[in-house]
Design a protein around this ligand. Structure first.
Ligand code: PMP
Length: 338
């Protein structure tokens, strides 16, 4: 028998899928960790599990307590589902610009959802600050009733990726891996996997694929946080160095524009049958760049973070894409006649 006992046990151990088109055009093996197959549908189930296990271990949350988090959506979905499986309630603060599908998915988990305007991190109205303040308010009247997960600066996030995601990639490739690349939101995935792989072999190249509008690629390349442009991707990019990103062993970084990542994203669906979200397009575009940098014959691993079904009305909608000045493949146009 092979039975996972509950939600937590179903997180992780995701397959590594060979991307045939990306491999063919680069002469490399490009492999993608299928994180959209986690039970809550994204890589952030791992973050939710890592943070909550750590909080329980430290006695920071009481039975039946309230999980509070600020999120672009996926961490909230993971926390709410994990919380349901362990008897916690969940309160999520989220910028109103995120996809309707993610907001609806979060609502049906039973989480309380507060949408706030999308403002800069230095503004006290930023979703992460609002979430922290709400948790503090609850605890002021009933100490210990609420726990702020703090995915950006709680390094239990990165640690989970180091001991799980990174270790899985090493084992699944039998150590035959030359490079790893992904985008960073909290930085937990990149820093955790990067640390795990560097500990196994320091020559493995770790690269950041950064969406336009994020300041991280410029930080890695010049030491200065500078952002240009915007992106339709969600959940990735940052204007600051989070505690999870801080010290990540990053060798290379690229800023990847939407007109590069979105065609890669559409190819993943059309050529590989993989319907994934915008950050996965950025990641695979980054994997192609890293493969070209390393040259033919190398193995590069990246991450497919969540499902494209969470963004159907945007990333797979010809009208939305045209409004953003992005290319629309013929097959997608043909799917929506008139
Ligand atoms: N892709 C998506 C869709 C996400 O929601 C996130 C997390 N916000 C990421 C990628 C980035 O992962 P991390 O927080 O580990 O950097």
């Amino acid at each position: 028998m092979d039975i996972r006992q509950d939600f937590s046990a179903a997180v992780g151990d995701t397959p590594l899928i060979r991307l045939s088109h990306a491999s063919a055009i680069t002469g490399c093996e490009i492999l993608a960790k299928a994180e959209f197959l986690n039970p809550g549908g994204s890589v952030k189930d791992r973050t939710a599990l890592g943070l909550l296990d750590d909080a329980e271990h430290r006695g920071l949350i009481r039975a039946g307590g309230l999980l509070v988090e600020g999120t672009a959506g996926n961490t909230g979905i993971g926390l709410a589902l994990l919380g349901a499986s362990r008897g916690y309630r969940t309160l999520i603060v989220m910028p109103e610009t995120q996809s309707r599908e993610k907001i609806d998915a979060l609502r049906v988990t039973g989480a309380e959802v507060r949408l706030v305007p999308a403002v800069a991190y230095k503004d006290p109205g930023h979703y992460a600050h609002v979430a922290r303040a709400l948790a503090e308010d609850f605890n002021a009247t009933d100490p210990g009733c609420a726990w702020f997960a703090n995915q950006f600066d709680n390094t239990a996030n990165r640690d989970y990726h180091e001991t799980h995601t990174g270790a899985e990639i090493w084992a699944q490739t039998d150590g035959q891996i030359d490079g790893f690349v992904c985008a960073a939101g909290t930085g937990g995935t990149l820093a955790g996997v990067g640390r795990a792989l560097k500990a196994m072999r320091s020559g493995i190249r770790i690269a950041l694929a950064d969406p336009a509008g994020s300041a991280l690629a410029s930080f890695v390349n010049t030491g200065e946080l500078k952002a240009e442009g915007t992106s339709i991707s969600e959940g990735i990019g940052s204007s600051r160095i989070t505690a999870n990103f801080d010290g990540a062993p990053v060798d290379l970084a690229w800023s990847i524009p939407d007109d590069e990542s979105v065609p890669v994203l559409h190819d993943l669906l059309h050529r590989e049958g993989l319907c994934v979200g915008g950050s996965s397009g950025v990641n695979v575009a980054g994997a192609i760049r890293l493969a070209r940098t390393l040259g033919p014959g190398h193995t590069v691993v990246t991450v497919l973070c969540d499902s494209g079904m969470r963004y159907q009305a945007k990333l797979y909608n010809p009208r939305f894409l045209r409004e953003k000045g992005l290319p629309v493949p013929d097959w997608l146009d043909a799917a929506f006649p008139g």
